[in-house]
Design a protein around this ligand. Structure first.
Ligand code: 5AD
Ligand code: SF4
Length: 435
């Protein structure tokens, strides 16, 4: 009998890729992908616990799904991801109609779980998943996520991830390289190496050695997320400047511009350490794009600390940021800290941060007008069927006026207009095609 699965995915890139792994595993068990939850025999919620908002989104969807289960007793519901790990049995008590829950470290055991009566698997151990090779059901035919390590040992005081994703374990380099070669053979053009802190990758080799080995395959573009400023080495900066495949974009979460707050966050660097790394990157890799994460309203953050963050944004000039209101997560140190700020104060600070950054992002994009960029075309633009859309090596979205070959081709594009969230340009090699 054919069965179908529908998956809801919340949260970060790790979760997006975990969902691809889950669908791949279930496909091996005979599950096809359902177009809607109504058509599914199994609904999986792959959840995120990083901030309250992500959790709330999941719980309201779960509430709606309860109705489906009432109508159809044979429907199975599974909860995977960080909320499953964090809530454990409490989740089964709160939502008894959920059939089983499974933490992110154990998703490789999902095929057994769907056909067993066991309702909970939240064992904390990344060595099983790190040794496992998955045939993921990937969303894109061009760009692929590749996990290189699992877990996180940093224990930033605000963050739940070390408690949900467990201790760091790196995948063997041979297995990563085999995956990359297979992706190349199947026509993939770009990979993004995934880990909570890729800079602390360590197996039979370190991260920079791994990047060198990957560079020797035929993959065209390589990216990696996420980096930790403390572990971001001079060798890595050298690799970005030297390796053909490594793209000129680094996502390097700063979190705050105040040294006092960085200390309370247990980040292990000062703003000046951070700025030193950015300066080194920019002098070795001209034109490199740098993006970051910022948390607004950490406990005890004063107006002066907040002003330091705004100043830091101006001083560094990021290409883009993700900024969030601090969300107190039970189980973390920051949750226990006195001087939690008002939601309104947090919102005001977040809005200022976002507003200041908008001007910076726009100015940065504007500087690219008139330059020629290599674009990996991803397909037709959603808003204008006549245009193609793709990304620069620095990861900026570009809509392109061009003729000919679409997805998967590389184009030299002259940027003629910058906007806040995208650029547009004309393919100069398509002009040459016509001559
Ligand atoms: N509150 C707000 N933002 C958080 N992040 C992590 N934990 C929290 C929290 N408790 C942000 C950090 C991190 C990004 C993935 O999420 O900025 O880099
Ligand atoms: Fe990803 Fe962190 Fe959310 Fe887990 S809690 S899904 S690791 S962002």
């Amino acid at each position: 009998m054919r069965r179908a699965v529908f998956i809801y995915t919340y949260g970060c890139q790790m979760n997006v890729h975990d969902s691809e792994k889950i669908l791949g595993l279930l496909a091996e068990k005979g599950y096809s992908n359902a177009d809607s939850p109504e058509e599914a025999d199994l609904i999986v919620f792959n959840t995120c616990a990083i901030r309250e908002k992500a959790e709330q989104k999941f719980f309201s969807q779960l509430g709606r799904t309860k109705m489906l289960k009432r109508k159809r007793g044979d429907l199975r519901i599974a909860v995977t991801g960080c909320v499953a790990q964090e809530a454990g049995e409490k989740l089964l008590r709160k939502a008894p109609f959920v059939d089983f829950i499974m933490g992110p470290q154990n998703i490789y055991r999902l095929p057994e779980a769907v056909s067993s009566d066991r309702r909970i698997d939240i064992e904390e151990n990344n060595s099983g998943i790190a040794l496992r090779e998955f045939s993921a059901d990937r969303q894109s035919r061009l760009k692929a996520w590749v996990s290189i390590m699992y877990g996180c040992d940093n224990f930033c005081s605000y963050c739940i991830v070390p408690y949900t994703r467990g201790r760091e374990v790196s995948r063997p380099s041979s297995s990563i390289l085999a995956e990359v070669k297979d992706l190349v053979a199947r026509g993939y053009k770009e990979i993004t190496l995934l880990g909570q802190n890729v800079n602390s990758y360590r197996s039979d080799m370190g991260f920079v050695d791994l990047l060198q080995k990957i560079d020797q395959t035929d993959i065209e573009r390589v990216r990696f997320v996420t980096s930790h400023p403390r572990d971001f080495s001079t060798d890595l900066i050298g690799a970005i400047s030297e390796l053909r495949s490594l793209c000129e974009h680094v996502h390097l979460p700063l979190q705050s511009g105040s040294d006092r707050i960085l200390r309370l966050m247990n980040r292990g660097y000062t703003f000046s350490d951070y700025k030193g790394k950015v300066d080194a990157m920019r002098s070795k890799v001209p034109g490199i794009a740098i993006t970051t994460d910022i948390i607004a309203g950490f406990p005890g953050e004063t107006e002066k600390d907040h002003a330091d963050t705004v100043k830091a944004l101006k001083e560094i000039g990021f290409d883009g940021i993700f900024a969030f209101k601090f969300s107190p997560k039970k189980g973390t140190k920051a949750h226990e800290m006195k001087n939690q700020l008002d939601e309104t104060v947090k919102s005001i600070r977040l809005n200022l941060i976002l507003k200041v950054q908008e001007g910076i992002t726009y100015r940065k994009n504007k500087m690219l007008e008139g330059t020629v960029q290599e674009i990996l075309i991803e397909g037709p633009s959603e808003t204008d069927g006549e245009m193609l859309v793709g990304r620069t090596r620095t990861n900026k979205i570009v809509t392109v006026k061009t003729s000919g070959e679409g997805a998967g081709s590389f184009r030299q594009v002259k940027i003629d207009r910058a906007r806040l969230h995208s650029l547009s340009g004309v393919s100069i090699d398509s002009k040459l095609d016509r001559v």
